[in-house]
Design a protein around this ligand. Structure first.
Ligand code: C2E
Ligand code: CA
Ligand code: CA
Ligand code: CA
Length: 279
């Protein structure tokens, strides 16, 4: 009878059944990862041109799957974003980041700002602001030490709601960054409507900024735009000294990329910050 049922489902709507089964499996796996502690955070430093001064960190999620090994967020975040699973993951990231920050503080380290990536679905939900406010209070982390990264695409959905939520987050002193800036095809008018702090130049422009004039000009334009609007600028995906030099000559002051540091586990960050303390 089981076989017959399966055949029928395939006969009526094979694709749908397939999607549902896949989704169901995915839901189960994400929930399993959450309860069994299979997610972890790594942190990538943001530095000045000589790499000495660590200005902040970006938290990035990793999934250590018991059978499949390490799964990249580029693989599972887009699927999670199709459902409210992304909210569970985002909340896990916020909680774990603040917990880590309070741990570092307990180790005697000076607190530095940490950025987390948030999905659009979570941003416009009613639960984000109360959740963050509650966690900041329970870990006793000042809002100014937390930064939220959102992509331009998120702002296209419901700009009015985004203005509301971002203004409430600003009320908690949280910093707001636009991630992958320049790739979202959105109008520039939102830049003046939103309480922003930082633009992150997408790595696709950084990649050839030192070899292609067009890319250099795009980076220069974004840097000037940020300066005119009194926003901070971070170049991401910086892999070579030549890219860093080019960006610095265009006026960029904060850098993130493999040339300086790869994303690292919390204990490696702790030793790095400790070294700095001794210097
Ligand atoms: P993103 O926010 O644009 O993050 C930057 C990505 O570039 C990260 O990949 C980082 O490891 C990588 N990267 C850093 N420096 C370099 C470099 O010099 N060269 C190159 N080629 N890559 C560099 P990762 O960690 O695999 O994350 C991929 C994307 O997944 C992120 O892009 C972000 O959109 C998403 N993501 C990661 N963690 C989270 C999270 O906790 N929550 C949510 N919602 N999304 C996340
Ligand atoms: Ca990011
Ligand atoms: Ca980015
Ligand atoms: Ca990206």
């Amino acid at each position: 009878a089981k076989d017959k049922g399966r055949d029928n489902a395939q006969f009526f709507m094979p694709e749908m059944a397939n999607v549902v089964t896949k989704k169901f499996g995915f839901d189960k796996e994400i929930n399993e990862a959450l309860v069994s502690d299979h997610f972890a955070l790594v942190f990538q430093p943001q530095v000045d041109r000589d790499g000495q001064d660590i200005q902040g960190l970006e938290a990035l999620i990793r999934w250590h799957h018991p059978d499949k090994g390490l799964i990249s967020p580029a693989e599972f975040i887009p699927i999670a974003e199709e459902s409210s699973l992304i909210i569970k993951i985002d909340e896990w990231v916020i909680d774990s980041t603040l917990k880590q920050m309070s741990h570092w503080r307990a180790q005697g380290l000076e607190m530095i700002p940490v950025a987390v990536n948030l999905s659009g679905r979570h941003l416009v939900s009613d639960s984000l602001v109360p959740y963050v406010a509650d966690k900041l209070a329970s870990y006793q982390i000042p809002g100014s030490m937390l930064e939220i990264e959102i992509t331009e695409g998120v702002l296209l959905q419901d700009i009015q709601r985004c203005v509301e939520v971002l203004t409430e987050l600003k009320g908690l002193n949280i910093k707001i960054s636009i991630d992958d800036f320049g790739t979202g095809y959105s109008s520039l008018s939102y830049l003046k409507r939103l309480p922003l702090d930082t633009l992150k130049i997408d790595q696709s422009f950084v990649e050839e900024c030192d070899t292609h004039t067009e890319d250099a000009k795009i980076c220069e334009t974004i840097i000037h735009l940020a300066r005119n609007l009194e926003l901070m600028i971070v170049a991401e995906g910086v892999e070579t000294a030549s890219q860093a030099d080019t960006l610095a000559s265009l006026g960029c002051e904060i850098f993130q990329g493999y040339y300086f540091y790869k994303p690292m586990p919390a204990d490696a960050i702790q030793s790095l910050l400790n070294q700095r303390l001794v210097l």
